[in-house]
Design a protein around this ligand. Sequence first.
Ligand code: AMP
Ligand code: MG
Length: 429
Amino acid sequence: PVTSLARQFGRHDSYTPDALDVDLGRQLILDTVRPITGSERLPLCSALGRVLAETILSPIAVPAHDNSAMDGYGLRADDLAADGDTTLEIAGTALAGQPFNGSLQPGQCVRIMTGARVPAGVDTVVMQEVAHAAAGRVTLPPGQRKGQNIRRAGEDLRAGTPALPAGRLIRPAELGLIASLGIGNVAVRRRLRVAFFSTGDEIVSIGNAAREGQIYDSNRYTLLGMLTRLGFEVIDIGVVRDDPHTLETTLRDAATRADAIITSGGVSVGEADFTREVMARLGEVLFWKIAMKPGRPLAFGRIGQPDAEGDGGAWLFGLPGNPVAAMVAFYQFARPALLRLAGVDPVAEPPLLQVGCTQAIRKAPGRTEFLRGVLFRDGADWKVRTTGPQGSGLLSSMADANCFIVLGQTQGNVAVGELVQVQVLDGIV
Ligand code: AMP
Ligand code: MG
């Protein structure tokens, strides 16, 4: 059985469940979850977005042989004049994929193209832009350095050395790197299975008419999007009524099918009572108030018990119901933990960049605020402004944003032109 989470976290001096620091909360969660163990072998073309379950050792040297880094002339440095021009006879041509197999006599050179194997005897390449060729001979200026413009065999990777570590997320560059080694399939972690549902008697699914006082469920759609983007297998459980029995059977069932369960709603004060009681019965779940805005209530814990492999049961992330708060809490707390569960190692922290803010922001010290921001170009500089109204129910503020403006715990009001920290939402890869 897992050691009591409450006891484990209580060892931290600064553990205050009713005003938990964002970074500490994230770290506690991250340190608690352990990667799933299952893996499968896939053809490389199906491995994008998956997590390597094995270290990729390079079976070959890369590059496989010394080759030219330039179009030019390959020669023996000993043939270069000590000062002044050197004229050499062109004995042949080395192309990429078509090596020159002859042997160089003193006073000879080869025409050589980028990527062509460097012929025996050649130790230096002079680029063609400085050379003058005529009638089978080429004249080269002084000032050449022995060894220049040659890419050495194994300079990228030596045979038998690690090319990529287990735990690496496979992006386009990793696909290409693995392919460059001639490797056609890889062992990857199985996809993480994440179940999610919304709670609330006022929530209706699209396709049903929303009656007076009811609202459409948006959280399941943002969750579907966020989880799919991370490459996980999603299990959409739908909307669950605020009712202990339904909640219990739903959680029990989800825990048998998923590695992690994400709920939204029902964790704020006033609603927590039966949720707390049900979750306590099924596992151990802690209810935190995070010192942040938006996204103060957060539940984290475990439903069911892990088996010997650490599988079985599921981690639970109880996000707040307000749509923006749910997204912010997902990105700040669930995302890094889910990546770790999925086997990503190390889980990289999203960069925090400093950018000048073009508007004043009111901010009280004592909590971290995540405002929705727009990074924009102002001449040579990039600056940031907010998207406007920042209510935690205003999903349009997320839709219009390309970054979070992160105002730390101790930060007070922001003046026009002051530097603020931002977290960019989209990368290019
Ligand atoms: P709760 O955390 O359950 O108190 O919900 C806080 C606010 O978020 C309430 O106004 C809810 O109506 C709203 N809300 C909760 N769940 C959802 C959902 N799935 N989609 C849209 N809004 C929601
Ligand atoms: Mg609710």
